[in-house]
Design a protein. Structure first.
Lengths: 204, 204
DNA sequence: CGAAATTACGAGTGATCGCTCGCATTTGTC
DNA sequence: GACAAATGCGAGCGATCACTCGTAATTTCG
C-alpha cells in the first residue's frame, strides 16, 4: 500500500547519521510525546541542521516509522525467545521466569517505546502494527494456557490471557521506570503477581 | 503562583455553555490527545464559534484545567467512599469489592480522563496534581495493608501497595473500554487478580 | 422601555513548525 | 586531479492553529 521511496544509495557516514537521528528522535519523542516533538528539535538533538534530517527521512512520520521498525524487530526477537516450545512442561513459576525475561530486556533497552506507540497522538498508521503484534502475543499466551489447563473453557482462556498481559504490561512500566538497582525487586513482584493470578486458574 | 483571573459574572446560559464546552473538550481530547486537539474543533463540537469559547476560557490549557478539576473532584469523592474505615475488618474479598466499586464507577463515568492526564503531551502543570492524588491513594492503600498485616516490613508494604494499584489501573482500562455487557466479566477478573496477588501476602 | 452587562459571532493576526531549496562541502571512483 | 554522487547547511516558505477584535444579538434589571 504505502510505497517505499526509491531510497538513494547511502554511504557509511549516511547510515551513521540515520542512527543518530533515530536515537535523537527516540529521546525527544519520549520527552514531549509525538505531536509536540518538533523536527527541528530532533535535528538539533542529533547535532545536525533541519535540512540534513530531511536528507534521510521524507517527513516526521518516517522518523517514527523507523523507530517502530526498530521496536517491532526487537519485540519479535524477544517473543521468539519467550515462546520457546521447550518451556511447555516447566512448572508455572519457572515458565513465567523464562517468558518475561526477554520481554523485560527488550523494553529496558528501548525505554519509552511502549508508551510512544500506545499514545493517542501517534498516527494510527504507526500505532496499528504494534497493536497487532500485541494481539498476537495474547493469542500465543492463550495457547500456552489452553495446553496447561485443558479443562478451561475457551472463553476463560482468552480472558485469562488478556488479563495476564495487562498485569505484565502495567508492571513492566514500573520495572522500566525504576532505577537499575531497584529493578530486581519489581521484577520479583511482577512474577509474584502473575503467579498469584494464574496459579488458582491453571495450577502450578 | 498562577493567579485566577477575576472571573466575570456568569449568567445561567453562560454556565451551561461552559459545561457544553467542557463536554466537547473531553470528547475531542479523548479522540486526538491534548496536543493534537484544536480549540476550533472543540468549539465546533460544542456548536459555538471560536470567539465564544474564549469568552469562557482564557486559553486551551484552561479548558483542560476545568476537566482536571472535574476529574479530581469526582476522584476525591470516590476515594472517600473507597476508604471507609468501616471496611477495616472485612474479609479480603469483600474489602476489594467495596474499595474498587467507587473507583470503577468514577472512571466509567469519565472515560478517557485517566489516559488524558497521564499522557506525555499534557502540560506538566495539569498532570502533576492528578499524579499527586494517585500517590496519596497508594499511601492510603499502604496504610490498609499495614493494618491487616502487622508483621510485613514497611518496605514490602509500600511495594505491595504500588503493585496493587498498578494491577488495578491496568485492568481498569480494560473495564472502562469494554462494552457495557462485558463489564461484569472483567470486573470479576480484576478482583480475582487482586485477590491472587494480595492473599499470599496479607492473608484473607 | 432603556442602559449596562453578558453572550455570540467569525474573519483575521501572529507565531510556530513541518518542510524546501539553493548552494557549499565531503567522499568515492577513475 | 577531475567529476559525480552523497552529505550538509540554514534561511525562509506555506500551512496550521491558538487566540483577538470589532461588532451584533440577547439577557438582566431599574
Amino acid at each position: 500500500m504505502a510505497g517505499q521511496q526509491p531510497e538513494r544509495k547511502r554511504q557509511e557516514r549516511g547510515r551513521r547519521r540515520m542512527e543518530q537521528l533515530a536515537d535523537a528522535a527516540a529521546e525527544v519523542f519520549a520527552e514531549t510525546g509525538y505531536a509536540k516533538a518538533t523536527t527541528n528539535a530532533i535535528a538539533a538533538r542529533a547535532g545536525v541542521s533541519p535540512g540534513t534530517l530531511y536528507q534521510f527521512f521524507t517527513n516526521k512520520e518516517a522518523i517514527a516509522e523507523a523507530l517502530a521498525q526498530r521496536y517491532r524487530t526487537a519485540l519479535q526477537a524477544a517473543h521468539d525467545k519467550a515462546f520457546d516450545p521447550g518451556f511447555a512442561t516447566l512448572p508455572l513459576a519457572e515458565l513465567i521466569d523464562r517468558m518475561i525475561g526477554p520481554m523485560i530486556e527488550v523494553n529496558v533497552a528501548n525505554p519509552g517505546f511502549k508508551a510512544l506507540f500506545n499514545a493517542a497522538d501517534m498516527p494510527e498508521r504507526l500505532a496499528a502494527p504494534t497493536r497487532q503484534l500485541h494481539q498476537a502475543v495474547v493469542g500465543r499466551i492463550a495457547e500456552v494456557l489452553a495446553a496447561r489447563a485443558p479443562g478451561l473453557p475457551g472463553e476463560s482462556v482468552r480472558t485469562t490471557a488478556v488479563v495476564a498481559t495487562q498485569i505484565f504490561g502495567a508492571l513492566l512500566n514500573t520495572v522500566v521506570a525504576a532505577p537499575e538497582r531497584e529493578r530486581e525487586v519489581w521484577i520479583a513482584e511482577l512474577k509474584r503477581a502473575l503467579r498469584g493470578y494464574l496459579e488458582p486458574i491453571i495450577g502450578a
